[in-house]
Design a binder for this molecule. Structure first.
Ligand code: NA7
Length: 556
């Protein structure tokens, strides 16, 4: 545990320990935030729900879980020794390697002493009288803090669908985002998987290798590109490390936080043969990236006609790979443009449906009615199985934030303020919630980018903002309502210049019944967004109100 704040301040409750900052979550963003703030001399307390650090890579231990941004890109750049010393083994490392990496970071920077594990922050209330946050946890901790940093992750509040009957099910059931640490043996079992997003796509081929029978319940088919994962060539790793400064700079200035060339041509201005050759090079290239198809042409996410060419290319590959025409047809996405739901990377995904013990059930056509004690029932058929895997995703981007009872000025709940969708300035702060920061919050590139690039940018921006307040003797910082309104409108406007809002995706909140249908991330591009954040800071934190302490010291 950390030492308490030494300077005189205005604690609301006598005897409540004080820190400068509480950080919620010990994934990659929470760890780096702790490192940064501690380096600035702040006292920091981190709370983490899990019994280990790692966030996404702590919880998502399902078979086949791996990152789908290349390891050389999906890694911290803030410390060149760390960057040089860590040796990645694969193009897309598996969950256990990523978890080792995050643990290495925690040890290397001696972060554990300020992290309390197995502790969930339940409440953060801003006390206007003393201008401090009062934070409570499920373990009875209470802290008074000047700053709260929500490093809770965009995809951390896992969603088990509200299908009746789960309590009756006599077999084992799991959610991919909450997987048992000891793993699960499916040998000889009859297994059902619900969900075919990135997690389902990664897990299904490996579960099929073990299970006696596998039934996949698919609501929406996704576009799955071949991952072409492989061990990293040591020579390649060395050469990237030699050029790391340049690689990182290009990533920071790019659209998606990965250094890939910016397209200049429309998909419609080249010949069909040229397009086909381009898409084939993406599909078959051993060194391809998740975003390569999307950045093939400059109108892939703005023009339906351009997008259709890529979508059709993928549908053709599905028809080539999957032997049963009915299954192939069910796997071909037709209801959303390519990339408007997150594209998935798979290894033997479509091939798995050629195995005799694997069956695909289209629950768009025949929806699931209920879970039974032996399996589940759709409108057409009753299924029996031993194990049920929910690969059903998350209450994305806002779920982990609104799960905490956060109350700002006037006792306004964040959840209530966001009843019609998230409202933020730059995805970093919310008007009426002073000194509360959201790392990769809604309204920032976040899930539309390499998360590590975006995490580093936010952590560094927030650290600089706090340093600037301390240097200027300022006590609170929050956006004006006007700046928040303008930014929220801008995020929406830019989103609607693309095809993204045409899809029912978790970017739009569509996967959670009752959630407002709003395009939550910022699609203006990582580089453009960074520039905007830097300009705001350079202009004296334009759009933010920063105030000196309003309350005389010693009052409580
Ligand atoms: P996703 O991408 O949200 O996928 C969840 C899947 O579960 C998706 O196919 C959903 O279908 C399906 N789903 C959700 N609820 C139901 C119900 N009630 N019935 C049937 N099917 C359902 O989550 P993932 O964990 O795969 O991936 C999340 C992100 O993690 C991923 O994009 C990467 O960024 C890493 P739907 O499409 O909603 O019709």
């Amino acid at each position: 545990m950390t030492q308490t704040h030494q300077q005189p301040s205005n604690s609301a409750v006598k005897g409540v320990p004080e820190v400068d900052a509480v950080v919620v979550g010990a994934g990659m963003s929470g760890l780096y935030m702790l490192h940064k703030l501690r380096g600035m001399g702040l006292t920091v307390q981190v709370f983490e729900k899990g019994d280990g650090v790692g966030g996404t890579w702590f919880w998502n231990r399902y078979p086949g879980a791996r990152v789908d941004v290349k390891s050389m890109d999906y890694s911290f750049s803030f410390d060149s020794e760390l960057e040089q010393e860590w040796e990645w083994t694969e193009k897309y490392p598996p969950q256990d390697e990523l978890l080792r990496y995050v643990n290495h970071v925690a040890d290397r920077f001696d972060l554990r002493r300020d992290i309390k594990l197995e502790t969930t922050v339940t409440e953060a209330v801003f006390d206007e009288d003393v201008e401090r946050w009062h934070v409570r946890t499920d373990k009875g901790d209470q802290f008074s803090t000047q700053y709260v940093v929500m490093a809770t992750g965009c995809l951390s509040a896992s969603k088990v669908p509200e299908v009746p009957g789960l309590d009756l099910f006599r077999g084992r059931w799991f959610h991919t985002g909450h997987w048992p640490a000891q793993g699960v043996d499916f040998s000889g079992q009859r297994v059902a998987v619900i969900g075919t997003g990135s997690s389902g796509v990664q897990a299904i081929p490996l579960i099929a290798e073990q299970a006696a029978e596998l039934t996949v319940f698919q609501r929406t088919p996704n576009f799955v590109l071949p991952a072409r994962n492989h061990p990293i060539d040591p020579e390649h790793q060395r050469s990237v490390k030699e050029r790391y400064d340049e690689v990182r700079r290009a990533a920071r200035e790019s659209g998606f936080g990965i250094a890939v060339p910016t397209p200049t041509k429309s998909a419609l201005e080249v010949s069909p043969d040229e397009r086909q050759a381009r898409y084939e090079s993406v599909w078959y290239d051993e060194d391809n990236n998740l975003v390569d198809m999307l950045v093939s042409y400059n109108d892939m996410i703005t023009s339906q006609a351009a997008n259709d060419t890529a979508a059709q290319f993928v549908r053709d590959r599905i028809a080539e790979i999957v032997e049963d025409p009915e299954t192939a047809a069910a796997l071909q996405p037709h209801d959303h443009p390519f990339g408007t739901k997150r594209p998935c990377l798979g290894t033997n995904y479509y091939e798995t449906y050629n195995l005799p013990h694997v069956r695909l059930v289209n629950v768009r056509k025949t929806p699931i009615v209920e879970i039974t004690h032996r399996g589940l029932r759709t409108t057409q058929e009753e299924f029996e199985f031993d194990d049920l895997v929910f690969a059903t995703g998350f209450d994305a981007m806002t779920g982990a934030l609104t799960a905490v009872d956060i109350r700002g000025r006037g006792d306004v709940r964040l959840q209530d303020k966001w009843h019609a969708g998230p409202r933020t300035y730059l995805g970093i702060q919310v008007a009426g919630f002073p000194n509360l920061f959201t790392i990769t919050g809604p309204g920032s590139p976040s899930v539309l980018s390499n998360m590590v690039t975006s995490i580093e940018q936010h952590v560094e921006w927030v650290a600089d903002a706090i340093a600037s307040m301390r240097a200027g003797g300022l006590s609170t910082m929050e956006p004006t309502v006007e700046a928040e309104d303008e930014w929220t409108a801008h995020v929406d406007e830019v989103g609607h210049m693309t095809l993204y809002p045409t899809a029912d995706s978790w970017y739009m909140g569509s996967n959670v019944p009752g959630k407002p249908r709003v395009f939550m991330p910022y699609i203006g591009g990582v580089g453009v967004y960074r520039q905007k954040c830097d300009e705001v800071a350079a202009n004296g934190y334009e759009g933010f109100v920063r105030r000196p302490q309003q309350v005389p010291a010693g009052m409580s």
